[in-house]
Design a protein around this ligand. Sequence first.
Ligand SMILES: C[S@@+](CC[C@H](N)C(=O)[O-])C[C@H]1O[C@@H](n2cnc3c(N)ncnc32)[C@H](O)[C@@H]1O
Length: 270
Amino acid sequence: MDLWKFFAIGHEDHVFCNPLSEPKFDELIAQLAIPYGGRILDIACGKAELLARAVARYDCLGVGVDLSPFCVAEARARFEEEGRASAIEVVEANGSEYEAPLGSFDVTCCIGATWIWGGFAPTLRALSAWTKPGGLVLVGEPFWRCAPSREYLEAAGHGRDSFGTHQGNVEAGLGLGLGFLYAMVSSEDDWDRYEGLQCNAAERYARENPSDPDVPELLARVREARDNYLRWGRRELGWAVYAFLCDPVRESAEADPGSLRRRSASGGPR
Ligand SMILES: C[S@@+](CC[C@H](N)C(=O)[O-])C[C@H]1O[C@@H](n2cnc3c(N)ncnc32)[C@H](O)[C@@H]1O
């Protein structure tokens, strides 16, 4: 079954195609403080809802990049209809091949597609290169809530190293010299809604399109994912959107009081 068709059917009812709730996204967007006329980039933008809300709130310009022709067509049609196509450009491309001048965006995002660069830290590195000093980088990523069970890894096809811990994700950003601002974490309720909407949409599609030859595979995959989630994922896997600052005030002096004492004792600069 075509990957993009599978994704489009399962996410038909989602506004955001990831497990964070709409109110939490609104809270996140309220923190972005994008200057008037500023620019926000969202790689793997899905339906481009994050861009739609950020551009409406700040009167800024948005660029979304996604590889799914379904997502791109839907987002473009929406912004055309709303008369906002000149403010929000939607590019159909592989995020790894997207090119833009370094430091040309106030906010850069990748919510739920860090495989594009091979993981969380490489994603932070790629996004921060496009971000202005003092700008923000937002990355949505799963994390292990506890040591994952062998059964879950086998059933879902994850590796133990596919994801880090919540603390590890924060430290990955700090290790790259980014400032950690905050993380929005999905609750069980947020996750249940995200998973449930996929089941509901796929089951509805199957009822309404019984002659589609993809239906057996669609249902098998969605039901298997549902069972994996209920058996293991709900307890073992978390999800958060992490916000980092480019070019922060450095943490080292505050984080290591000993180094402050050493420097003042030696008369060095503070
Ligand atoms: C989990 S969804 C998240 C969508 C969106 N960020 C959101 O939160 O609503 C993952 C998205 O990544 C897109 N995608 C997958 N591989 C991609 C790639 N190599 N380049 C660009 N987009 C990609 C998919 O089409 C899908 O829209």
